[in-house]
Design a protein around this ligand. Structure first.
Ligand SMILES: [Zn+2]
Ligand SMILES: [Zn+2]
Length: 419
């Protein structure tokens, strides 16, 4: 799951093979309804590329989707690094190349300001051969947040190479079955094979009640959970904070399901300027950390260096907004305002706008209009109906909001500061 593998070419999206199929398709409904279509022949459509590898990564820096490859991007990322004290003892989420860069830039305590989102399942309502049910992981520092957990998520986690370590925060957008059934399997696995100290599930009341029934009524049935299991009822507002970022929830209209959207926001920060430190002769190591912590330091030759000498102007942190299923967008403009990336469902196309309205889902056009109105930098569409081709979804969204991508299972997007 590398985003910085210097010199390695990631495969191009262009020229991939398209697999066509014809035949009957039933669009099932497991709580998150789409219209069932048992009698209609499905048009020929392209599925996902057969040669698609795991862990394809994309760099969303500078308002465009740039495939990460080679030193050019690496240089750009180094330029965005900030120097901060770090007492974290988790295994690095970034590959070795980044660690080497960190050492050469000062040694330890340097981390990238960014969120990373890994899509585990991108299908609406029922899985397809190539798309699993809703699930994704957002990473920041040592934190990992699983957002939604559709059936089959644990296998997707394994296949993605992420594994279960540190996966003890699960955010659930709403309680429809295609977003929660995987929790039962995950808990079952933790009861027998994997170890984790604590599992925290965050959601609205309606979803939590259903999750409680699933986990305690079906899986545990009076038994003990193998870890501390906490179900947190989330109300609109900030519900999770770390030193570096916060997560807030906001209400989302979706068939009366008490749905929530999540806004991940890094705190504003003053980036460390390694070139200034070099100029002033500040050696790598703890003195740099002291400067970042706001302390004045004294060099061996007696000169004093102040934090303002080596820190840049305050920069707003990166913001990622994730919205699961939604039936309308008017009340989502404010919560999405100015986000660096917006992840949102796109179940239907405009040709079936009436169906979207009936089942409380969005069309690609509606999602793109929201992105434009809210002034986000990038739009990533997910929760796709099996009835559409990816290129048709893009064709509808792009004229309205050009900086859009359709997520596929195992796609990885990095959301970093501009410039
Ligand atoms: Zn759904
Ligand atoms: Zn739903």
């Amino acid at each position: 799951m590398s985003i910085l593998r210097s010199g390695e070419m990631l495969p191009s999206r262009e020229g991939r093979g398209a697999v066509l199929f014809r035949g009957e398709e039933r669009t099932g409904c497991s709580g998150c309804l789409e219209e069932p279509r048992p009698d209609r022949e499905v048009r020929g459509r392209s599925l996902l590329p057969v040669e698609r590898p795991l862990g394809r990564s994309e760099d969303l820096t500078e308002g465009r989707f740039e495939r990460v490859m080679g030193m050019q991007t690496l240089d750009k990322i180094i330029a965005q690094m900030v120097y901060r004290p770090s007492t974290l003892s988790y295994p690095p989420l970034l590959p070795k190349a980044e660690g080497e860069v960190a050492c050469s830039a000062g040694g330890g305590g340097i981390i990238l300001p960014m969120f990373e989102i890994v899509f585990l399942g991108t299908s609406a309502s029922a899985p397809s051969a190539k798309r699993g049910l809703s699930s994704q992981i957002v990473k920041h520092d040592e934190f990992r947040f699983l957002i939604d957990c559709g059936e089959g998520t644990q296998r997707q986690i394994l296949q993605s190479g992420i594994g279960f370590k540190n996966l003890n925060h699960i955010l659930v957008t709403h309680g429809h079955l295609d977003h929660i059934l995987g929790l039962a399997g995950l808990l079952s696995t933790f009861m027998r094979w994997e170890t984790i100290d604590e599992m925290n599930i965050y959601s609205g009341r309606w979803a939590l009640d259903r999750i409680h029934d699933l986990l305690y009524g079906v899986v545990l049935r009076g038994g003990q959970a193998p870890m501390t299991l906490n179900l947190h009822e989330v109300k609109p507002g900030v519900f999770f904070e770390s030193d570096n970022f916060s997560i807030s929830a906001f209400p989302v209209f979706h068939r009366g399901s008490d749905s929530l959207g999540f806004r991940f926001e890094e705190r504003s920060r003053r980036p460390f300027l390694p070139e200034k430190a070099e100029e002033l002769g500040v050696p790598p190591g703890p003195v740099r950390r002291d400067l970042v912590e706001g302390k004045t330091i004294q060099l061996e030759d007696g000169r004093k260096v102040h934090p303002e000498d080596v820190l840049g102007p305050l920069k707003p942190g990166v913001c990622l907004v994730h919205i699961g299923d939604a039936g309308r967008t008017e009340d989502l403009i404010a919560p999405c305002q100015g986000a660096d990336a917006l992840v949102i469902e796109s179940t239907y196309l405009e040709e079936e706008a009436e169906m979207a309205r009936k089942f409380s889902h969005l069309t690609a056009k509606m999602a793109a209009e929201l992105a434009a109105q809210a002034g986000v930098r990038q739009l990533i569409l997910t929760h796709l109906s099996r009835r559409y081709r990816e290129k048709d979804v893009l064709a509808e969204a792009q004229p309205i909001f050009p900086n859009v991508r359709v997520a596929r299972d195992f796609d990885v997007f990095s959301i970093k500061q501009e410039g």
